[in-house]
Design a protein around this ligand. Structure first.
Ligand code: SAH
Length: 616
């Protein structure tokens, strides 16, 4: 996901009243998008509250959010130690003394952390505790160029900085430097000593970097792409690379791949965006048609088909702005056309709209540490969250900063329709589900809406182009089985006892099937406010297939503070004990109960004892 990286608002993590005061002071010095999260028991005046510092710090870090911890460095180090992956992908982490007197960039300082730390030091007047040689001696982080510039080889900066620190001087030269002025780069590189040991180039041209040559690309190129439906991804990627190299242009200087909105779901264009690690931006045919006077190769055929005379040239030019110019006019291969425009300066913001996405996010039963890092990242990166209020509330502070749209029980179709239509406008929308999003949740309904024709209860044509990305979650039956032993150790099935959408006769048929097949069973939706008889009927049907002492587990509010696990038997299953926040596990004929005096467990053997001829 090329566009999942970067850009998230930093979060102050406050553990005391004083730390909230400091966070507010820093925030008010023109960092108003930064959020203040506080420990609920000590800092009620924070914007967003959390109960458990360690879990919250980890959740934020795994979502990729820069952490400004106004607390002991040790708290951050201990919380995050087990979760560190790479300095190129981990979120920045900065420790700040409660009185603002010390600012310590701890992690990923060159991935945005140093810039943040400098801003904080400027706001508090505190001491910036620098430990990286380049920062200490020269005040430059070569691998963290100003916005709008990218290193051709991110990993090459270390070797070059090593040479400079060993006494080498720098010459700044390149094909289009100083012809184009890059004042932000002048300022950035100003502290470096001059000399001939190392070269630095700033260019949109493809130049090979090396241990004595650092290459920065200004994000000034816009790659316009048009293609037929089903165009081969490899073919398009090869065509783009060929044309870049024929023209000596660097892929790293491409700010965005641009096209017409109808192409937002074209797999080849998405693959190209992954390949080049750059975002996609889309324009309507009307927006592109307005560019026709500036187009070199207008096409009546394209106009007849989609309502504008050009896709590749027009979108590249539109994205590059009024001062931009075509540097590669429309070039065709079978099924695709590309064009490249160059803007007069690096792009600060991108024009056009994103191809919106729907993230189907299963957050697990409730506990923070039962939620996958990918789910947390999708939540952090979504433009808007939607879901049933209880599930949004389960996210606690992690969802605090978001635009959120709550829906009631029964409004499932409205919820999925909302998500798809908002995504069609260019937003990333996360549908928050408990457990797994594909198990008795919104996943299937989203795909059903996409499957329906627009005039038969489906969604708009644009919404049908939206990309749906699903992340798996821990479902209730897995959590229930884990809490109570290993009841799902052999073949099992899940049955929802809700007959709102499934006729009761069908459910009954499945109960007989599961009974005859001797499956362990997880009953979801065992009862509701209005439905209380189904579970009793299910029990009676199963009693015709298995014994009354078959182990049963009632697992309620799994992963939440009110969690309760109870061990029962099929014959003693009492409906009064069960509510809609319970999942009921029923063992097969092989399921056994184990009590070693330290609490019960149930499990379903796979047959190892039989294999070893042991009698249990
Ligand atoms: N997508 C969810 C299931 C939603 S259906 C998942 O994968 O878990 C709702 C039913 O799931 C509830 O009636 C209950 O049977 C079960 N359930 C969901 N969360 C639960 C939890 N935390 N504890 C116990 N049961 C739960």
């Amino acid at each position: 996901m090329a566009e999942l990286a970067g850009g998230l608002a930093p979060v102050f993590v406050c553990l005391t009243k004083q730390s909230v005061q400091l966070a507010k002071k820093i925030k008010s010095s023109s960092h108003n998008k930064w959020e203040i999260h506080g420990l609920a028991s000590r800092c009620p005046e924070a914007d967003i509250l959390f109960d458990q510092a360690n879990n919250h710090i980890v959740s934020l870090f795994l979502s990729g959010r820069p952490i400004l911890g106004i607390c002991a460095a040790g708290i951050l180090i201990r919380a995050l130690g087990p979760h560190l992956i790479s300095k190129f992908s981990d979120a920045p982490v900065i420790a700040i003394a409660e009185d603002g007197s010390a600012i310590i960039p701890l992690l990923s300082s060159h991935h945005g952390g140093m810039a943040l730390a400098r801003k904080i030091a400027a706001a508090t007047g505190g001491h910036l505790a620098l430990t990286t040689a380049g920062d200490v001696r020269l005040g430059v982080s070569l691998d963290c160029p100003p916005k709008g510039f990218k290193l051709a080889d991110e990993r090459g900066a270390k070797a070059v900085m090593g040479r400079i620190l060993d006494g080498g001087g720098v010459s700044i030269a390149s094909t289009n430097y100083p012809e184009t002025d890059y004042p932000e780069m002048d300022e950035f590189l100003a502290p470096l000593p001059k000399g001939q040991e190392v070269r630095i180039s700033i260019t949109t041209k493809a130049i090979l970097p090396g241990p004595d040559h650092l290459v920065y690309h200004p994000l000034q190129l816009f790659l316009g792409v048009g293609c037929v439906r089903g165009c081969g991804a490899d073919h398009l990627i090869e065509f783009v690379h060929d044309n870049l190299s024929k023209n000596g242009l660097a892929a790293g200087a491409i700010a965005a791949i641009v096209s017409v909105d109808l192409k937002g779901d074209e797999p080849a264009i998405r693959a190209l965006s992954e390949e080049l690690s750059c975002p996609i931006r889309l324009f309507t045919p009307d927006e592109l048609e307005a560019l026709t006077p500036r187009i070199e190769n207008p096409s009546d055929i394209v106009f007849a088909e989609i309502g504008c005379h050009s896709v590749a040239e027009a979108s590249a030019l539109l994205a590059a702005g009024d001062d931009g110019a075509l540097i590669l006019s429309k070039t065709k291969t079978s099924g695709a056309a590309i064009a490249i425009a160059k803007a007069s300066s690096p792009a600060a913001t991108l024009k056009g709209r994103k191809p919106g996405r729907v993230f189907l996010v299963g957050i697990g039963p409730g506990r923070d540490d039962w939620r996958t890092p990918e789910a947390s990242q999708m939540i952090a990166r979504a433009d808007i969250l939607c879901g049933y209020k209880l599930y949004l509330d389960l996210l606690g502070p992690l969802a605090g900063h978001h635009n959120r749209r709550e829906f009631a029980l029964g409004e499932e179709e409205m919820r999925c329709r909302f998500a798809l239509e908002e995504a069609a406008k260019g937003l990333d929308v996360a549908i928050i589900c408990s457990g797994d999003a594909g198990i008795y949740a919104m996943g299937a309904l989203v795909f059903e809406l996409l499957d329906r024709k627009s005039d038969a209860g489906g969604v708009s044509a644009m919404a049908r182009r939206v990309q749906v990305i699903t992340t798996p979650g821990i479902t209730a039956m897995q959590a229930a089985a884990a809490r109570s032993g290993a009841l799902l150790g052999h073949d099992f099935c899940a049955i929802s006892l809700s007959d709102l959408l499934t006729p009761w006769e069908v459910i009954e048929q499945r109960l007989h099937g599961a009974g005859a097949g001797d499956f362990a069973i997880a009953f979801y939706n065992p009862v509701s406010m209005r439905r209380r008889t189904q579970l009793a009927k299910a029990r009676d049907i199963l009693l015709t297939y298995r014994k009354g002492d078959t182990p049963v587990v009632l697992a309620t509010n799994l992963g939440r503070p009110q969690e309760r696990i109870r061990y029962r038997t099929l014959a003693s299953l009492d409906l009064a004990e069960i509510d809609m926040l319970t999942v009921v596990l029923v063992g097969s004929s092989q399921t056994r109960r184990l009590d070693l005096g330290r609490g019960q467990a149930v499990y379903t053997p796979r047959g190892y004892a039989k294999k070893s001829k042991i009698v249990l």
